[in-house]
Design a protein. Structure first.
Length: 244
């Protein structure tokens, strides 16, 4: 079975690290750190073994002593950035704030490393850092009173909210970078166009007229927190009913 059809069986984490005889010129950690830097700067399309080798001043062939190829390198890169996630202690701040911190940490992580959005869930995240994050998240949701599949479903719900927010924010940043304008300036350019629909679409045009002067950049942050709070409100209400 190929790696494409069974990524777990062929995961880098399912076998011991490769060793090299003699004194190594590079370390796997050095290679992975350089790969993360290249991914942050140029995205997934900018990463290749040849480009990475040039970045660290090594021969492309020499990298294969440490990693089998790009897929394996991405697994290692994902686990390295997972080490940045710091979930609050539920015993200190309460399960709700800890669960909110879990979602906030992942949103911040993906905004720092936008390339990860499209490969999380596809590239196996089963390295030591990812496993520690999972362990901490399970402990938080267990503290809330969730059990079994409820923990997995709730974790997926929080991650879906974070990923959805990041996808919108990343698109917004791309548009503003290309236009050389703020998102508020871009949106306000549509005023006359939207107003032309005032008779056909009275609800939309009325809402637009009342709200298009808001700070769109600040609204993104506020919108993420609004959605997160409503998710946690729903979980809290559901848990109260279940306990009753």
């Amino acid at each position: 079975m190929s790696r494409e059809t069974d990524p777990i069986a062929h995961s880098v984490w399912m076998r011991p690290p490769r060793s090299r005889r003699g004194r190594p010129q590079l370390s796997r950690e050095e290679i992975v750190s350089a790969a993360v830097g290249l991914l942050d700067a140029e995205g997934l399309d900018g990463l290749s073994m040849r480009r990475l080798a040039a970045t660290i001043g090594a021969g492309a062939t020499s990298l294969y002593f440490y990693v089998a190829g790009k897929d394996e390198l991405l697994e290692l890169a994902v686990d390295q950035i997972m080490g940045e996630v710091d979930i609050p202690d539920a015993a200190r701040v309460g399960w709700r704030e800890a669960a909110a911190g879990y979602a906030r940490e992942f949103r911040a992580l993906m905004l720092r490393h936008p390339w990860a959005v499209s490969i999380l869930g596809v590239t196996p995240a089963i390295g030591p850092n990812a496993m520690r994050v999972s362990d901490r998240a399970i402990a938080v949701l267990d503290t809330a009173g969730l059990t079994g599949q409820e923990i997995a479903w709730t974790s997926s719900l929080l991650m879906a909210h974070a990923i959805g927010a990041v996808m919108s924010e990343t698109a917004m940043h791309t548009i503003t970078a290309r236009a050389g304008k703020s998102v508020t300036e871009i949106v306000q350019q549509m005023d006359d166009y939207v107003e032309s629909y005032r008779e056909e679409l009275p609800s939309f045009t009325g809402w637009w007229r009342d709200n298009n002067a808001m700070n769109m950049e600040k609204s993104v942050e506020t919108g993420f927190e609004f959605g997160l709070a409503r998710i946690l409100d729903g979980l809290e209400a559901w848990l109260a009913r279940e306990r009753a």
